[in-house]
Design a protein around this ligand. Structure first.
Ligand code: C5P
Length: 234
């Protein structure tokens, strides 16, 4: 199973393709987000698939809109043949269920496996004050569990969550749930702008199923070697 998804946060499709080729040769998947997609669109995703045909792609779009619009966007994501795609759980159960149905329907029409559908609960950039200011009652951990539960009840495969939330969510929702965890740093690595970090081993031991790791791999002199070194610690 692909355990590490390397966050390739660049608008440059040639650089992204080269990085994707390198990290996938070491056994990593690739996470493409809003920056990459807004600059390069579906053609950019196709270029990455061409550069590393065997690599799994996580399309981190964090969709949040009315159910019909999200479903339409997810049909597009299904056509890209990605392994994972996500939304904001705050979009609600109807949005998540309709999105899930759209992914299944479009994928079956294409004869492709449906992408696994994940949700973001509370962004890690949102603290208690910010949560209150948008009218949410309760603390960030309470909101994380509420939205993770809604995600599971909507039939999605799992959530994207911080390392600090792994045990909380595992305790509340049990084993059978994908926890894709960013904010990971190998021991001794530069923390950068991440405030709370965990090592890859710590995150897996706490119950993460997948890890998102960006700059410790993409900023290394030899990204393939950096990825292989991290995989060797798992
Ligand atoms: O490992 P690095 O800090 O470079 O990874 C950053 C990537 O993880 C970015 O793509 C960012 O969007 C994503 N991410 C994050 N923290 C979150 C959720 C996602 O850093 N809570």
């Amino acid at each position: 199973m692909t355990k590490i998804y390397c966050a390739i946060d660049t608008p440059d499709v040639a650089r992204a393709s080269e990085l994707a080729r390198q990290v996938s040769s070491a056994g990593c998947g690739v996470k493409l987000g809003l920056e990459f997609f807004s600059n390069n669109g579906p053609a950019g995703v196709a270029a990455i698939s061409k550069a590393c045909p065997d690599a799994k792609i996580f399309l981190d779009m964090k969709y949040h809109d009315i159910p019909n619009t999200v479903a339409g966007a997810l049909r597009g994501a299904a056509r890209l043949g990605v392994a994972y795609v996500n939304c904001h759980a705050a979009g609600g159960m109807e949005m998540m269920k309709m999105g899930l149905d759209a992914l299944a329907d479009e994928s079956s029409k294409l004869g492709l496996p449906a992408p696994q559908f994940l949700a973001v609960t509370v962004l890690t950039s949102i603290d208690a004050t910010a949560l209150t200011s948008v009218g949410q009652i309760g603390t960030p951990p309470e909101q994380v569990v509420r939205l993770a539960t809604l995600t599971k009840d909507s039939g999605l495969a799992g959530i994207v969550c911080s390392g600090q939330e792994i045990q909380l969510v595992r305790g509340a929702l049990g084993k059978d749930f994908v926890l894709m965890v960013p904010g990971i740093r190998p021991a001794g690595a530069d923390v950068g702008d991440q405030k709370r970090v965990m090592t890859p081993r710590e995150a897996l031991d706490a119950g993460a199923t997948h890890l998102v790791i960006g700059r410790p791999i993409t900023g290394a002199k030899d990204p393939a070697q950096a990825a292989a070194d991290i995989l060797a610690t798992l």
